[in-house]
Ligand binder design. Sequence first.
Ligand SMILES: Cc1ncc(COP(=O)(O)O)c(C=O)c1O
Length: 416
Amino acid sequence: MSSQSYLVPYPTRGSVLGEAELAAVSRVLRSHSPLSAGIHRAAFEKRFCELTGSAHALSVTSGTVALALAISVLGLRPGDEVIATSQTYKATVQPLLEHQVTVRFCDIDRTTLNADPDSIKSLVSERTKAILLVHYGGLPADMESIMSIARLHGIVVVEDCAHALGSLYRGSTPGALGDIGCFSFHSSKNITTLGEGGMVTVQNDAWAERLDRMRSNDSDAVFVPSPHPLGGREVPPDWMLHPGNAYTHGCVEVLNAGTNATMPEPSAAVGVVQLDRLDELVARRRDIAHRITALLKRYPFVRTVEETHGVRNAYHLYTFFLDPGCGVGRDAFVDRLVRRGVEIQLRYFPLHLMPEWRARGHRLGECPVAERLWFEEQVNLPCQPGLSDQQVAWLLEALEAVLTEVETGTSVLASP
Ligand SMILES: Cc1ncc(COP(=O)(O)O)c(C=O)c1O
């Protein structure tokens, strides 16, 4: 079925844009203020600090760049170990490929698809330097358990908050629950900054200063003071010495070359307007999600994702699980929905089984829960705020028809 013919297409926009966003872009373009690194970026970042309770917020051009810079600032060294969730989009973990570290993929909780604290605990070693997790689908991870493991062992926690804007963990927006938070404002996300954009939230002042340099084409560098050839207290590094005379000038040692990841002003201005609408956008997601959940709960062979440990789900993704013993396999179930006009996109193939990680020795069996859920049980449904009431009604109708078929062991539509 081509995407044009779906009754309920999987929307390519995760947000709704309207007159207020158009007016914001128009104001920026009509003004004579700079189109880069100006007042709108500053305003957007200030709003983000207030929302997340972060000490610093640095906007960038995408969530992928946010994660790459965040991982870069950690100063990982060859031989270090990083624990990462396998159930996420590849950008959460991909920057690690450039850092010659050992990645230990942790398994996930079967009820939330978030990193399982017990699995994390079993993987901690003396070499563990960081934990990378995602708040899967907008449901905050069990941060209390994860942070207590991290603090006990001096491990840094990076939260991938790409799905989490609009969610709450015990009253707080994710982003400052760990040490660094990374957000995405891609077209598909809960808010968008004209299609692409990202944000890094960080508590540590020194890291914020380095991240600011890295995103602005300045090197991330440390100053190496000039040696004291006449016997001062500072000992010059070996490479500054020469059998003849010492090198007598201070210089900088570059850690990261930096890049240009500056969010354009029109994007930042739209970001501020989108933040104003965040509650309304998430309320629509939650309303659709609650209607789907109410329907699913009528069927004993279905498991829904619950809001446990004081969280509010932003429903970036709507996920439920099919009992493998229900008589219809997951793929056949999805196929029946598709043939009734619902576009389905399953998220995410377990990362440890992707070619780049297989090439590094990762194998089937490493994360049994993530694998079982992905290959046998997990179904994702559209629940974006841009779906019309009619499309939501069609979605519920198609879902109910397929669930009833499973319950009664019938199939109204002939098999392909
Ligand atoms: C969990 C997660 N992390 C990171 C990203 C990357 O964000 P971006 O598309 O803004 O680069 C995405 C985007 O799909 C995502 O879903």
